[in-house]
Every structure is written in C-alpha cells, then in structure tokens.
Design a protein around this ligand. Structure first.
Ligand code: 5GP
Length: 189
C-alpha cells in the first residue's frame, strides 16, 4: 500500500539492519487517520470473519480499526503479562519470543473469548520472524477457530515470518513489504 510506504519513508527511523522505529505514527503516538485507513484496507482484503485477534500492545489500535471497518466484530487481544486474576486452566496459551526484547512470554487468551467455529483475522503492527503471529495462530487453533488470514501494518519479509505463515496455507496481507534494510537503506518489494 503506497500510503504506508510513504509514511515509513517520511517518519520511520532505521535503528539498525533489523529494526525500524515508527513511534511517531504506530508504536507510541498513533496516527488515527492512518489507523482508520489501514483498518479499512485490511477488512476489505478478506471475506467473512467475526473476530479480530491481536497481541498487546501495539497491535490493538489496528485490530480495532479493522474490526470497526468490518462492523459488528469484537477484537480479542492476547495478554503478555502475568496477572493474579488469570487462572491458567481457563486460558489458551502460547510461548512467544519478543523480537525486540528477546524474552519469551507466556501469552494467554481467556477461553471465553475464542470459540470453536469463530472465523478469526489476526492483526499486528509488525511481522518479522513470525513468532507473534504463529503464537496467535496456535491460540486460535487451540480454540478450534478458523484462521482467515494474518495482517501486518509493516512486514519485514527478509526476516522470514511471512513464509512460515504462508507455508501453513494462511494468507498474509501487509501495509508495506520491506525486502531489505542495509546500511541505512530501506527497500520495499
Ligand atoms: P515477530 O514475532 O514476527 O518476530 O515480530 C513481531 C513483533 O515484534 C511485533 O509484535 C512487534 O511488536 C515487534 N517488532 C518486530 N520488528 C519490529 C521493528 O522493526 N520495530 C518495532 N518497533 N517492533 C518490531
């Protein structure tokens, strides 16, 4: 999507050959018009779905705009943090390694909010090695839900996540597909 590429070129900061910082519109401050536009693009890229699944925190805004563009569609966000009120048996779980922090979190979704027969669209801010999306796919499958597809605002295809998801037969839709970041030079596919 051209408007996402333009936004990255205008406001993105290349941290190193692996990481792009987009705090001004996506990860800290959120450009709400941009979020509405991408939500509509994501929703229009798929047929039927009745739930959007994401992971806290940065995926939530884009999950909401996607679900609102669809209409009559809740979002569910997987929780990374352990809480005294989370009962392990009442939740679906996945161990997800954070791309940016390197730590593994036991990510949970309460069984009440994902059900057999749900048609789930997964939405996140970035797709890199695919660990977050694969963890969400695992959680949706534990519930017996159907996975309609995966959406990422920014997909760094050179880090391999998209291929792993496509190999499971799941379609990926991205706002921008970055084919390389090398010595401060970012290329789109
Ligand atoms: P993956 O699990 O696909 O390896 O990485 C995706 C997750 O890591 C996203 O939820 C996102 O929060 C984070 N992430 C991956 N790459 C980047 C990046 O270049 N910049 C930022 N800000 N976050 C990233």
């Amino acid at each position: 999507m051209r408007f996402v590429e333009d936004k990255i070129l205008e406001s993105g900061v290349i941290v190193n050959d692996d990481i792009l910082k987009v705090d001004s519109f996506l990860n800290h401050q959120i450009d709400t018009e941009f979020a509405l536009r991408i939500g509509k693009e994501f929703a229009d890229s798929f047929g039927e779905f009745n739930k959007v699944l994401t992971i806290e925190t940065s995926g939530v805004a884009f999950a909401i705009t996607t679900a609102m563009a669809k209409g009559n569609c809740p979002i569910v966000f997987a929780k990374k943090s352990k809480s005294a009120i989370v009962d392990a048996l009442s939740c679906y779980h996945a161990d997800i390694k954070s791309f940016t922090r390197g730590v593994v979190s036991d990510v949970t979704v309460n069984k009440k909010y994902l059900n057999n027969g749900d048609k789930v669209l997964i939405v996140d801010d970035f797709l890199a090695e695919g660990n977050a999306a694969l963890g969400l796919i695992s959680i949706a499958r534990q519930a017996g839900a159907e996975i309609v597809g995966v959406c990422a605002v920014i997909n760094k295809i050179f880090q391999g996540g998209e291929k792993k998801i496509n190999d499971l037969g799941i379609k990926v839709v991205s706002g921008a597909r970055i084919s390389s970041i090398e010595n401060g030079d970012l290329k789109f596919e």
